[in-house]
Design a protein around this ligand. Structure first.
Ligand SMILES: [Zn+2]
Length: 308
């Protein structure tokens, strides 16, 4: 049985500010790290965009909004996949850790911030000077290559486990775990397929009306793992010349082989500068290099073979 699916990918964007948060006043700040030289998009914004993308394709499966969770993990994909913290006791308990973990999207290329002045046109002439000023706004932007990671805890999709508590006199102790919700294997596979498709179609980040851009993968390494782990997440980090580290990649593939993980790559040319060298390493470790679409389809088929 596949215990986890790890996806790590690179995505090239145009000038954009993909954070869902708003800056103070009339300035929308870009989130930056590495002494302000590189942009990032928070893991929360990545997760929100992913679930919104899935919801677009399966609106009937999302039975509540994240602000007021229904807690029905068996029937509601929002509560199952996003996880929730409910104020009162619900069917699936009061909280759920999401089986879908996302890293922030980290810009890999050090660049200058571009500030875009937005003007809002108004047909109404306002007497008040203050409101006139409100029609100006700045948005900070950067173009970049972002690296993203997603790890799916496949066993816990559609499943809730609760501690078995035994009371002895005044003391309570946990003696083990029991399953309170377990969807059918078919339903679980359906949810995993929806997650895979969500990555392929990933869209819906902030400020899309003026700066259409997405973080959908262009170069993607996909692993179906026999254990739950989060190894290999730095494999696609780029250096100052947009090179992937060949040594690190080799080590990752070597270990994955020992662990019995199945790996597949989706690749678009022109993102990684040393791609010739990198593709040779994939070849050496018999990792199929496909298009991103084919790699996603590969994962959907391969995980289906794991049906118990
Ligand atoms: Zn719900």
């Amino acid at each position: 049985m596949v215990k986890s699916i790890a996806l790590t990918w690179l995505s090239k964007t145009d000038l954009s500010n993909l954070n869902s948060g708003e800056g103070a006043g009339n300035l929308t700040e870009l989130k930056v790290y590495d002494n302000g030289r590189k942009p990032y998009v928070s893991g929360q914004a990545v997760r929100r965009a992913l679930f919104d993308t899935i919801q677009r394709s399966h609106p009937e499966r999302f039975r509540c909004s994240p602000e007021t969770p229904c807690g029905d993990v068996e029937n509601c994909w929002s509560c199952d996949l996003r996880g929730f913290l409910a104020p009162e006791e619900k069917k699936g308990g009061t909280r759920r850790w999401s089986p879908v973990k996302a890293s922030p999207a980290l810009g890999q290329v050090a660049k200058e911030i571009v500030s875009d002045l937005l003007t809002r046109h108004s047909d109404i002439t306002k007497e008040n000077r203050e409101s006139k000023d409100m029609r100006l706004a700045h948005v900070q932007m950067m173009d970049n290559i972002y690296k993203l990671n997603l790890v799916i805890d496949t066993e816990n999709v559609g499943r809730v486990q609760e501690p078995t508590i035994v009371t002895e006199g005044k003391k309570q102790r946990v003696t083990g775990w029991h399953t309170t919700v377990q969807v059918s294997e078919e339903e679980r596979i359906l949810r995993l397929h929806a997650l895979m498709d969500g990555v392929y179609h990933l869209s819906g980040f902030a400020k899309q009306a003026r700066q259409l851009s997405s973080l959908a993968p262009e170069c993607l390494i996909l692993s179906l793992k026999q254990t739950y782990n989060q190894r290999g997440l730095s494999t696609m980090d780029l250096d100052a010349e947009n090179r992937m580290d060949p040594e690190g990649l080799m080590l990752f593939l070597k270990e994955a082989k020992h662990l019995g993980d199945r790996i597949c790559v989706g690749w678009a040319p022109g993102i990684v500068s040393n791609e010739k060298e990198i593709r040779k390493i994939f070849e050496q470790y018999q990792v199929p290099v496909l298009s991103v679409f084919e790699a996603i389809e590969w994962a959907k088929t391969e995980m289906g073979k794991e049906r118990v």
